[in-house]
Design a protein around this ligand. Structure first.
Ligand code: 4NP
Length: 149
């Protein structure tokens, strides 16, 4: 199908990018949305308890069986928007990404989303993720109005 494919990317794919994935999915069904890690550190591990706590608190549906996956070459090829949650995620993505697909890489927001793995503050992260997802949704819908693809 012709749905645009978005992937949110953070370091571990257990805190921020899965939060963005399921917050965005709760806002729209017009896009294919997934999340990935730049690193393999958390490969196969479930979504962090702190992020799952946010999903329960704000009644955001999510897949409790989702586990961390690292970006692959196929991912760089198949996703249309590859969205790094912080400045170092974007810089790592630029290093990993084949030249042909560099134009697909974006920053989630002008300011990096703080990593709750280090800050412990999942509420602050949720606030920033929610704001960023709303901004992305507005941007994508505006882009469609203007007839781009
Ligand atoms: P995330 O947080 O990138 O938002 O998923 C992290 C998760 C794990 C690690 C670092 C950040 N780690 O060092 O294992």
């Amino acid at each position: 199908n012709g749905m645009k494919k978005l992937v949110f990317v953070c370091l571990g794919n257990i805190c921020r990018s899965p939060m963005a994935e399921f917050v965005m999915k709760s806002m729209t069904n017009k896009y294919e949305i997934e999340s990935r890690a730049t690193s393999s550190w958390e490969h196969g591990n479930p979504i962090h308890k702190g992020t799952q706590g946010i999903f329960h608190e704000y009644q955001i549906p999510y897949d409790k069986h989702k586990t961390s996956l690292q970006m692959t070459r196929e991912d760089f090829e198949s996703f249309d928007y590859i969205i790094g949650m912080d400045a170092s995620n974007v810089s790592d993505l630029r290093q990993m990404c084949p030249v042909d697909f560099q134009d697909k890489i974006y920053s989630f927001a002008p300011e990096s989303v703080p990593d709750p793995w280090y800050t412990g503050d999942f509420e602050e992260t949720y606030l920033r993720v929610q704001q960023g997802c709303q901004t992305w949704l507005n941007y994508l819908e505006k882009e469609e109005e203007h007839g781009k693809d």
